[in-house]
Design a protein around this ligand. Structure first.
Ligand SMILES: NC(=O)c1ccc[n+]([C@@H]2O[C@H](COP(=O)([O-])OP(=O)(O)OC[C@H]3O[C@@H](n4cnc5c(N)ncnc54)[C@H](OP(=O)(O)O)[C@@H]3O)[C@@H](O)[C@H]2O)c1
Length: 249
């Protein structure tokens, strides 16, 4: 059947696929025919995503991406990739005057430094195929700033800048590199008490299309992982239910 968005025959590695957006990207990509390699720290949640994948050749690798030994071990276990989704991330909010060194390290190591090291080591180990697609999950927080969000916003802005340079450096190998910056998607990260139900209800009102679902991001990611987007590189895709057109917040 004619389908320019098919992922049949592609091997795709999704970081942070034990929950939320990453799990949905992995599941939807498997439904489009890809072989998926999952990774996350929590083995139980990772296995739950694994059980929802289509196909028989999928792999799951438990690991902490802020640990260099784990990155090396993950890379050893990976096949040559046609797709890489750098989605693992953490949200921490605090006013600038309260920022601690451990908070800087946690947010920067998880959200940007681990992805830089992972990509660099994958390239050095020739684990990324010619014509592959790399997708970073950034956030509208890269430009739509809120009090308390300085560390998170800084890492998400850094992802977009890093992505654009990588896109230029890999274009000769026809590897495309893009980022998606979602607005509010209700996942574990945002339902774990960081934000109260009252704050959530108030926040939902500024979203013209309401809050998003993980699959709203996964479908955009499928496009970027497919051959339909072979001429798309260095681009930042805002997918936010209209909130930033509405003035953001
Ligand atoms: N939800 C939103 O509204 C929203 C909006 C914009 C952008 N984003 C971005 O989307 C991405 C996914 O977020 P989410 O909302 O789906 O959150 P989530 O459900 O908490 O998922 C985060 C994922 O990252 C993994 N992870 C975190 N630290 C890790 C580490 N050190 N090593 C390996 N894996 C690690 C987690 O794995 P374990 O739990 O197994 O450790 C989990 O699979 C993040 O980059 C986030 O910034 C989310």
């Amino acid at each position: 059947m004619y389908n320019p968005f098919s992922l049949i025959g592609k091997k795709i590695f999704v970081t942070g696929s034990s929950s939320g957006i990453g799990a949905s990207i992995a599941i939807e990509s498997s439904k489009m025919g890809a072989q998926i390699i999952l990774t996350g720290r929590n083995a139980v949640r990772l296995n739950d995503t694994f059980s929802q994948l289509d196909g028989k050749e999928n792999i799951q690798i438990v690991g902490n991406l802020t640990n260099l030994e784990d990155i090396d071990s993950i890379i050893e276990q990976l096949p040559i990739l046609d797709g890489l989704v750098l989605n693992a991330g953490v949200l921490k909010t605090m006013p600038v005057k309260n920022i601690t060194t451990s908070a800087i390290e946690e947010v920067f190591n998880t959200n940007i430094i681990s992805s830089i090291k992972l990509v660099q080591k994958l390239l050095k180990n020739k684990k990324i195929n010619k014509g592959a697609s790399i997708v970073f999950i950034s956030s509208i927080s890269s430009f739509n700033v809120k009090i308390g969000n300085s560390l998170y916003s800084a890492t998400k802005g850094a992802i977009n800048s890093f992505m654009k340079v990588l896109a230029l450096e890999l274009a000769s190998q026809k590897i495309t590199v893009n980022s998606i910056q979602p607005g509010f998607i209700k996942t574990r990260a945002l339902s774990s008490g960081i934000i109260t139900d009252e704050q959530l209800d108030a926040h939902a009102k500024i979203y013209p299309l309401g809050f998003g679902k993980p699959s709203d991001i996964a479908y955009a990611c499928v496009y970027l992982l497919s051959d339909a987007s072979e001429w798309v590189t260095g681009s930042v895709f805002t997918i936010d239910g209209g909130v930033t057109s509405n003035g953001g917040h």
